[in-house]
Design a protein around this ligand. Structure first.
Ligand code: CO
Length: 360
């Protein structure tokens, strides 16, 4: 594995359900402390890395979120099973019969969402969907007391999907949980490496936000601190290059470059910023694709609405099977996204930023 693959493995294997991003933050602190001038956190744990210090220059905020969809311990049954509260958007079918890690104060505890055996289900009921409120996690405990005392589990403890980074085939396809949005964080790390060697005409804030999956909360608080002039959000896109999903639902394919979001339920990007990105991609021969989603929300929306409003855009690495234990991305898309975002930041001098924000 090369350096990027090692970083992607570490970032995706790390556990960080919404509100419990500590392990991911430590990786980002380590990586960004080498390439940026200062690190600070906002009041709920978003990590803000600053490159450059000239107060006259435009402030560019590049954000990705640290949290992943997960669960939280809701209650422990008398016979020692864990009932849970989902954190972020899960399909009920993706929750059942999976491995999980409960992050207790005594350390990680493995468990599984048990599923009723078909032997006892009537033939006509075997196609039923198991509902989340019927589900529980089995950690191999004897009873409630055992869960609390021996495993150290308390209500409110975070629960993360248990799934390991895997190289899939030989052509740069990677399988892992939490691409959403650890891939965005990896882009920030790589872009900052390049910018640190040759300083851009602006001050760049690489922001690793918290609690995106439960309502863009860290992007709200960190934007307040950064006061950006331009917002570039880096996300996981919605690939639609597999059976059963249509072009009407999403328009991205793996291997065809970063997706420029033209619409999602949280934001319409700045048209001038979109044109700058598209022109840059053409000039630099970087493949891009477009996506128009009717659902989906992303941190760019909070940057866009910060202060009196700023130009913002969402650029995404296409990902299959988001919000599950197993997502797939393609390395070429990652590399192209790093190239595009780096090229974009070099373009954002004071004059260009003024033009982007001018409505006269
Ligand atoms: Co996301």
């Amino acid at each position: 594995m090369d350096e990027v693959e090692i970083l992607l493995e570490e970032l995706t294997n790390a556990h960080g359900p919404s509100g419990f991003e500590g392990p991911v933050r430590r990786i980002m602190q380590r990586e960004l402390s080498v390439t940026t001038d200062s690190l600070e956190t906002d009041g709920i744990g978003s990590l803000i890395a600053r490159l450059g210090s000239n107060t006259e220059k435009p402030r560019i905020m590049m954000a990705g979120h640290m949290d992943e969809v997960g669960l939280m311990v809701k209650l422990i049954t008398d016979d020692g099973y864990i009932k849970f509260q989902p954190l972020g958007g899960w399909l009920d079918q993706a929750l059942i019969n999976q491995r999980w890690i409960i992050l207790s104060r005594l350390g990680p505890v493995q468990g599984v969402t048990g599923i009723k055996t078909p032997h006892v289900i009537a033939a006509d009921a075997r196609n039923q969907i198991f509902k989340r409120d019927q589900m529980f996690i089995d950690i191999g405990a004897r009873n409630k007391e055992d869960v609390i005392q021996r495993f150290g589990i308390r209500p409110g403890d975070p629960i993360a999907p248990d799934s390991k980074f895997t190289l899939l085939g030989t052509e740069g396809f990677y399988l892992a949980k939490a691409w959403d949005d650890r891939i965005g964080l990896a882009v920030i790390v790589e872009v900052m490496k390049r910018l640190s060697i040759n300083p851009p005409p602006n001050v760049v804030y690489g922001v690793s936000t918290v609690q995106e999956e439960v309502g863009l909360r860290g992007a709200h608080t960190s934007s307040h601190l950064v006061e950006p002039d331009i917002g570039i959000n880096i996300e996981s896109g919605v690939a639609s290059d597999y059976p059963g999903i249509t072009q009407e639902e999403s328009q991205e394919s793996l291997g065809k470059g970063p997706a420029i979001f033209l619409h999602d339920s949280s934001m319409i990007p700045s048209i001038k910023l979109r044109d700058l990105v598209v022109d840059l991609a053409e000039t630099n021969k970087i493949p891009i694709q477009f996506d128009v989603l009717s659902g989906y929300g992303e941190d760019g929306a909070e940057m866009q609405k910060s202060r009196s409003g700023i130009p913002a855009i969402n650029i995404a690495v296409p990902t299959r099977y988001l919000h599950s234990h197993y997502g797939i991305i393609c390395r070429q898309d990652f590399d192209a996204t790093v190239n595009l975002v780096t090229a974009l930041i070099y373009q954002l001098n004071a004059e260009t930023v003024n033009k982007l924000s001018d409505f006269s």
